[in-house]
Every structure is written in C-alpha cells, then in structure tokens.
Design a protein around this ligand. Structure first.
Ligand SMILES: CC(C)(COP(=O)(O)OP(=O)(O)OC[C@H]1O[C@@H](n2cnc3c(N)ncnc32)[C@H](O)[C@@H]1OP(=O)(O)O)[C@@H](O)C(=O)NCCC(=O)NCCS
Length: 223
C-alpha cells in the first residue's frame, strides 16, 4: 500500500484523537456520541458523570434556577440526569452539551436541544450557565455553535426557545443571538406554584445561514 505523504494537518488530527480511550471511534452520527465543538471561549462536549459536582454547584443556585425547570437537588440527582441525557441522545430525541471554558476541565453550564416532532425538523433549546460566567461571552460563543449544530448536524429547520417574560437575561440573550420574538405564551410555565407568561423566540435555518457565515462542521468528530 502506498504511504500517505505527511501534511501538517495530520498532527492536528492526531492531537484530536483520544489517547486514553482506544475504544472511542470517530463518527459523524451525533446519536452515537457528540462531537467536541471548540469556540473562542468554550468547548462544548458530551456530559460526563464527573461533571455532576460542578454542575450541581453552578446550576442549583437561586439566581440560575429562578426561571427554569427545577434542576436536580443533589450531586447524585445530577449523575442520574447525565445518564439520562446519554440515553435520550442515543434514542435520537435530545442532545445536551456540557459547557467547559478554555483552561477548565469541568462543566459550568449546559445547552439542551430536544425534538418537537418525531423527525426533529423542529427543535427547542434551553440553556443554563453558572452566574460567575454571566456577561463573559461564554453564552454567545456556545450558543452560536449550538445553533449551527442544530441546523447543520441535526438538520432541524426551526429552533424554538421559551423564556419567562420576567427573565431579563434569558430574553436579552436570545435577542442578542438573533432569535425573533413570535409571541407570548400566557401562563404557560408553572414555577414555585405560580403560572408565568413566556416569550416564544425562534430562529429559522434560512435566516441563520443568510445572516452569518456557515461554520464548517469539524472534519474530525471525537467522543
Ligand atoms: C440565560 C443565560 C445562559 C445567558 O447568559 P448570560 O451570560 O447571562 O448572557 P449575556 O450576558 O451574554 O446576554 C444577556 C443579555 O441580556 C441583557 N440583560 C441583562 N439583564 C437584562 C434585563 N433585565 N432586561 C433585558 N436585558 C437584560 C444583558 O445586558 C445582555 O445583553 P448585552 O450583552 O447586549 O449587554 C444565563 O443568564 C443563565 O444561565 N441564566 C439562568 C438560566 C436561564 O434563565 N436560562 C434561560 C432560560 S430561557
């Protein structure tokens, strides 16, 4: 067999290949494992059971949990949640990325995407980031990669988000990323015994691709 000539790209590919998990395979199917997505500030990757303590510390605070479905209340609860995310991803219904800032190992937040129809043509996303990282650009960096992933890898054409009207940061973050406000869903979210109105925000693949350069999917997907 003819030997491939050396190119500098080979070093990049070699560096991306897992050194300690020989059972890992490279795949382009997100259902068998999420790719590692690298932005300017954060890496998005599959959730790990070892993320449970940091996610518990980051996402269980009152300010983070105020307008979202109640997160698990223990580290063990987060471990069960992480195992569930893997099962749902394998079933092709749902994706959860862990948010890891450059220079750190553990997750400080999550981006979730779930199907709204059996073919995953419409999707809904949600996100939560530890408050120490609010206003740092972590959200925008991760969100941009998640929207790309939703349209280019999952193949959805419409991405919805619901944010409680009173959630200033949540609505501000969605507006900033380019979502369009379609309306208000009256008393659609029960939180602490009270029904809250939610804003419905959407992004369409055609608008997203028209408004910004398409980020090429990574050629090597590692999980
Ligand atoms: C939602 C979340 C991920 C956004 O991350 P973030 O780092 O806070 O977002 P950013 O700072 O990049 O963007 C928020 C924007 O809203 C603006 N904003 C803040 N408070 C606001 C308010 N009360 N009203 C309107 N806009 C507000 C900010 O100024 C910012 O815009 P700017 O960068 O143009 O100034 C984070 O706040 C979070 O985890 N919140 C708790 C969980 C949650 O509510 N999830 C959303 C469910 S829809």
């Amino acid at each position: 067999m003819e030997k491939m000539p050396y190119t500098p790209e080979m070093d990049v590919v070699a560096a991306l290949m897992p050194q300690t998990a020989p059972e890992s395979v490279v795949t382009t199917d997100w259902r068998t494992g999420l790719p590692v997505l690298t932005g300017s500030r954060v890496t998005l990757r599959e959730m790990r059971v070892s993320d449970a303590p940091s996610l518990f510390a980051m996402l269980s605070t009152e300010e983070v949990a105020r307008f979202i479905s109640p997160p698990p209340t223990t580290v063990e609860g987060f471990e069960r949640f992480i195992a569930w995310t893997h099962r749902e991803r394998a079933a092709g219904r749902y994706v959860c990325f862990a948010v890891v800032p450059h220079g750190m190992d553990s997750a400080i937040g999550i981006f979730q995407i779930r199907q709204l129809d059996p073919a995953f043509e419409t999707a809904e996303w949600g996100f939560a980031i530890g408050s120490a990282f609010w206003g740092t650009g972590v959200f925008q960096d991760g969100a941009s990669m998640v929207v790309d992933f939703t349209f280019d890898a999952i193949g959805a054409h419409r991405l919805e988000a619901r944010a409680a009207v009173a959630n200033g940061r949540g609505n501000g973050a969605l507006r900033k990323i380019g979502a369009q406000q379609e309306g208000v869903l009256r008393k659609s979210f029960l939180r602490n015994g009270e029904y809250l109105d939610q804003t419905l925000w959407t992004i369409l693949d055609e608008d997203w691709h028209r408004g910004r350069p398409v980020r090429p999917l990574p050629t090597t997907w590692v999980h």
